[in-house]
Write a protein that binds this ligand. Structure first.
Ligand SMILES: Cc1cc2nc3c(=O)[nH]c(=O)nc-3n(C[C@H](O)[C@H](O)[C@H](O)COP(=O)(O)OP(=O)(O)OC[C@H]3O[C@@H](n4cnc5c(N)ncnc54)[C@H](O)[C@@H]3O)c2cc1C
Length: 405
């Protein structure tokens, strides 16, 4: 069995380490912060079995015009933020066309449907049941047109992927979520998804499980990864293999080893708010580009995508999300002085990189999970650990596809 370095202790890195350890390898994680404090901390906490299609760029002329003019709250951008990733954004747009998106969805759907099965043993072994709810989440439909569109999605996802969902009328929604104050047309209750009231806490618990099983976590900088003889060295650790699982920081490292990764960095924000009567489920209010998740710290309002190089002090998407939340619920004061921000690491073809870095001995890539890395970490970790242990891996996820153009 090999000695393996895993760079990064987000959801993806920690579950990679657990999957490799399970196969008998001797694994060391190198993390400059503490486990689960970056992107894997800041998300909406959904473990999504229903998200069978990756998130495509909205391409309808009306939607594009709205984005271009800076209206709406789904995608915001600044000229410098957009220019710095223009090539990747353009490629993302091309991959959002129906034929390419259908192709990506075939792989994506197979990954996402495994997510709760892959998390389940880790949740049990790490004693994390107290922060997991298995009651799905609710997607609001504020207008009749949105409700009809939602009904069609439910039917398609049920028929094609076996997703369990229930359409709720406005009255049924109020029975399920009595603290909603306003009339809405209806909702979809995505029944088989799970949600977590402390995403960073879940990653920390998985990391503690890895250590309990004999794994080592070094607090250090993996940015100096280099080769010495037949070994990979990072910080003070040495391994026969190295796995790059640095989320949005990964492309900077792979580039040094000949793999240019065009990444779309979709910034999101969240902030917690005090709430006397929090909702029973996370509430996705996509009409207002926001997800409201009941968390240990309060109601977490999480925003959609912003293409900016630097975070904003007063993000307009969060301001709008807070307004939408206050329309729906009695929401109290913010818990923190400042909002949290982080970047979703999105690949233009919407599939994560899981496999061998071309032309480098025993160097592996594991990142680019976009909108669903908290969900998918344990799924793609199993695929990568199999490949490192001599298995085939998944063709569609191989980093070599970037070299083919
Ligand atoms: C607002 C928002 C909402 C989201 N909601 C959801 C959701 O509900 N469900 C879902 O599945 N996904 C969601 N996501 C996406 C999900 O959070 C990410 O896909 C996922 O967390 C990525 O995990 P990761 O381990 O790849 O990256 P990270 O969690 O960012 O981990 C990378 C790690 O690498 C470390 N690192 C970086 N550089 C170095 C270095 N030089 N040396 C050592 N360590 C280093 C970092 O400290 C970090 O711990 C959301 C994202 C955002 C922003």
């Amino acid at each position: 069995m090999a000695e393996i370095l895993v760079l990064g202790a987000g959801m993806v890195g920690v579950t990679t380490a657990l999957s490799l350890q399970e196969r008998g390898h001797d694994v060391t994680i190198i993390e400059r912060n503490v486990p689960g404090r970056e992107t894997s901390y800041g998300n909406a906490g959904l473990i999504q079995t229903e998200a069978v299609e990756p998130y495509a760029m909205p391409l309808a002329p009306g939607a594009l015009l709205q984005i271009a003019m800076g209206r709406g709250f789904d995608v915001k951008w600044t000229p410098s933020g957009l220019m710095s990733q223009m090539g990747a954004v353009w490629s993302y747009a091309l991959n959002s066309l129906p034929a390419a998106h259908r192709r990506a969805s075939q792989t994506w759907g197979k990954l996402i449907r495994q997510s709760t099965d892959r998390h389940a043993p880790l949740i049990a072994a790490s004693g994390s049941d107290n922060i997991i709810r298995k009651n799905g989440f609710i997607e609001l439909h504020r207008t009749p047109a949105k409700f009809d569109k939602g009904a069609k999605a439910v039917e398609r996802f049920r028929n094609d992927f076996g997703v369990d969902a229930r359409l709720l009328t406005g009255a049924e929604l109020r029975a399920v979520e009595p603290s909603i104050k306003v009339e809405v047309q209806g909702a979809t209750h995505w029944m088989d998804a799970w949600n977590c009231s402390d995403p960073g806490g879940l990653v920390a618990a998985y990391a503690a499980l890895f250590q309990k099983r004999g794994g080592r976590i070094i607090n250090g900088d993996a940015g100096d990864l280099h080769r010495k003889g037949a070994a990979w060295i990072a910080d003070e650790a040495e391994g026969e293999h190295a796995v790059i699982a640095l989320g949005p920081w990964s492309p900077a490292i792979t580039e040094r080893f000949g793999l240019r990764v065009p990444m779309v960095y979709k910034r999101g924000y969240h902030r917690h708010y005090h709430m006397e009567l929090p909702p029973q489920h996370p509430i996705a209010d996509f009409g207002n580009s926001v997800v409201l998740s009941p968390m240990r710290r309060g109601l977490r309002i999480a925003t959609a995508a912003e293409l900016t190089s630097h975070p904003r002090l007063t993000p307009p998407q969060l301001k709008h999300g807070e307004k939408a939340a206050r329309e729906l619920f009695d929401v109290g004061a913010p818990v923190e002085a400042e909002p949290w921000t982080g970047r979703r690491p999105c690949m233009p073809d919407m599939l994560p990189l899981v496999g061998r870095v071309p032309d480098q001995p025993n160097l592996w890539a594991h990142f680019g999970h976009g909108h669903q890395g908290f969900t998918l970490g344990p799924v793609t970790s199993e695929i990568l650990a199999d490949e490192i242990s001599g298995g085939q891996g998944w063709d569609a996820l191989q980093p070599s596809r970037l070299k083919r153009g």
